[in-house]
Structures are given as structure tokens and as C-alpha cells.
Write a protein that binds this ligand. Sequence first.
Ligand SMILES: C[S@@+](CC[C@H](N)C(=O)[O-])C[C@H]1O[C@@H](n2cnc3c(N)ncnc32)[C@H](O)[C@@H]1O
Length: 210
Amino acid sequence: MQTMDPVSPSSGPARSSPAADRNAEAILAVLRAALPGQGRVLEIASGTGQHAARFAAALPGLVWTPTDASPEALASISAWRASVQAANLAAPLRLDVEDPVGWPAGPFEAVVAINLVHISPWSATEALMAGAARVLVPGGLLYLYGPYREADTPLADSNAAFDASLTARDPAWGLRDRDEVIAAARAHGLAFTLRKAMPANNLSLLFRKV
Ligand SMILES: C[S@@+](CC[C@H](N)C(=O)[O-])C[C@H]1O[C@@H](n2cnc3c(N)ncnc32)[C@H](O)[C@@H]1O
């Protein structure tokens, strides 16, 4: 079932998202297959920091830089970072994806954005594409994860309910059409390379900078 789990605070600033616990290994398997052995990864909207901590520990050849727009998220990411022995996990950066000045210069071998596209206005997705195109090396990976609408696949009941809950919370949020996301990426020179169905009616969408 697709839900937007409330992030439940544990001790101190470290937060814990049950959804991130559930989806981390499936996402890691896709990333392992797509990422180079060495390089730099910029994670957008890292949230609690659980994914960054897990992925950096599992992929020691990659320098993983987590980011988020929210100060509370940055505090949680720092707490998770302190809890794992991963020298390749960089300190989190404050980055609002819609602020082009806030983006680090890079270059990066990959940009990763998990559960951002539907929990932000469409302008954030457009800014994500523009920013990823700016900072990725040629051939670099843009990885997106989350639920999407697809013209050729009926929307799962759980995703329809999730979409309704998102738009009730903010009318600018909501599940995006997969092909519109692909078109937005293409407009910035990011070629769509892979759709992979993920547990709980989510998708991994992979793009490469041309
Ligand atoms: C649903 S959470 C996903 C967090 C994490 N990626 C995960 O899957 O557990 C959405 C995150 O997007 C961040 N966010 C929303 N708008 C943003 C923006 N314009 N720039 C950067 N981060 C943003 C929020 O602060 C929040 O941490």
C-alpha cells in the first residue's frame, strides 16, 4: 500500500521513515546495477538521511552527498551520518532544488531523487531536470523513484488514494505522468533509459545525460 508515512522522530534529531526502511534494499539493487564503482553522487531531497546512510555504506567507492531544503531534514541526515561508519558519506548540504545558485558545481556521476517529484510542485521537477543536466558528467545517471501515472497501466487503488491525499494536502502536489516526466528530462538533454517496476506500485526511472 502506498502511503506517505509520517516521519517519526526517534532520539534526538534522527528521524526514521518506515517507507525508507521498506524500500531501501530494492532501490539499492537498482542503483548497484546502474552506478559506476567509483564517483560522486548528489542526492536531492534526502529526507531523514536513512537512504544516504544505507547507500553510502553499501557503495564505498562512491562519495555520497545528501541534501535537502529543510533544516529539520538536514539535522536528521547529520544524525544518521554520525551513526554509520561511512567515510564516503559527505556532510549534508542545504539545497532547494528550485534555487539554481544553491546547487553544487559538481560534476557528479549521478543525481538521485527519491520521492520528491510527487511531493513538490511541478516546477521542482523542471528544476531537478535543469539542475541534473548542469551538474552531471556526460553519460551520468539521473535516478528517480516514486509512484507515477502511466497511460498504458491502470492506476493502482493505493496510488489513487495516495494521489488524493497529496492533492488534499497541497493542490500543487500529486502523482506525475511518467511520459511528462520523461519529456521534461528530454528537454534538458536527459535521455530515458529504463523503467523498472518496484514494490508497492512504485517505479524506478533512469535517465542518462546525453
Ligand atoms: C517525502 S520526503 C522524501 C525523503 C526521502 N527521499 C525518502 O524517500 O525517504 C520529500 C523530501 O523532499 C524535500 N523537498 C521538498 N521540496 C524540496 C525542494 N524544493 N528542494 C529540495 N528538497 C525538497 C522535503 O524537505 C522532504 O525531505
